[in-house]
Design a protein around this ligand. Sequence first.
Ligand code: NZQ
Ligand code: ZN
Length: 382
Amino acid sequence: MQFNYVNPTRILFGEGEISQLGKELPQDARVLVIYGGGSIKRNGVYEQLQSALSEHQWFEFSGVEPNPTVETLDKAVAKVREHEINYILAVGGGSVIDGSKYVAAAAPYTGNGWDILEGKHTVDQAVPLAAVLTLPATGSESNAGAVITRASTHEKRVFHTPLVQPKFAVLDSSVMATLPERQLINGIVDAFVHVCEQYITYPTQAWVQDGYAEALLKNLLRLGHEYDQRATREWQDNLMWSANQALNGLIGAGVPHDWATHMIGHELTALYGLDHARTLAVVQPALLRQMIHDKREKLAQCGQNVFGLTPGDDLAERTIDAIEDFYHQLGVATTLKGNEIEDPEAKNKILAALEKHGLTALGERQKITLEQSAYIIDGFIS
Ligand code: NZQ
Ligand code: ZN
């Protein structure tokens, strides 16, 4: 084990914590509040913001869409420059927070912001940013990553820099009351796969990371099994905190990572507009089956410690079936066809996109070449 770990995001967790925003922001902050399509105006979050920011100078930018596009976000960049904004407050789910990270990084850069996603510009400064989370799923509220779409070319790309990690994040689970069922389920699935990407690789004897990953997976399974309790504070708090911990860097410190399910999944969203979490449920079971020889030991460990399966030669196979059953129990399909996507050109399009984006050696051992991806795609088309 060898790593250099810090998570610098202060977490304000619990009901009513939005009221603390004013104290956390610098007195002289000129704040741009960035939000999405308006859910915050229907669940009381916007009113809470207004009162929390009453001592501050603030402006707003709305209309960040799910799978945020650079086309929309560049308008927010212009607003940051126009109003000399020196603090950004993202209020929403992963899309709004990721989009705000792009705005924070692109505003001080004089070139084309998309350069950041293509690795042509290394971010060297960013407007400070904080988040109010309204949808537990991505962990974006306390990590350094963002995923941005360019609608004009159907591309979805990732960038990471500690400069855009939120300074603080408010996690008040009572704001989840207005979440549509589809988004709640997406949150469980996305967080579940985040843990798997950092855990179902190969054994490393990292007992702390493995043990904590297993605790998070068990929580997420329980949230799925107790889905009828979703209106309770207990259920909401536990999803919000589990999803946060799944991708705040801790379980991933000093262990191998996979992320191939995510990379292939991003291409599916870019091509077909399918929700992020739904793409993961499509790709992951097929990928685990294709890579079973490399992942056998960790799959078996997961089967025993998370799903309580009995030992045996086929434990890894049964673990993959159990993961897939879990998605099915949540009503989530695990094929493209199950998501009503039937495109005879799907395989070629996905492979071409992976190649274009240099995603030709994925997974914890970089063994997922285009040839392997082709087999994985065969496994999830129908
Ligand atoms: O736009 P509004 O009106 O707010 O509505 C949103 C949106 O339509 C709605 N919503 C959010 N909170 C709500 C609510 N509706 C009612 N009540 C509330 N409290 O939910 C819809 C979906 O929101 P979105 O932010 O798109 O969902 P999610 O949090 O799942 O984010 C997905 C995005 O995050 C990226 C994904 O690729 C995708 O673009 N990811 C970011 C990661 C990261 N930064 O670390 C990692 C992830 O793996 C993921 O790739
Ligand atoms: Zn994800």
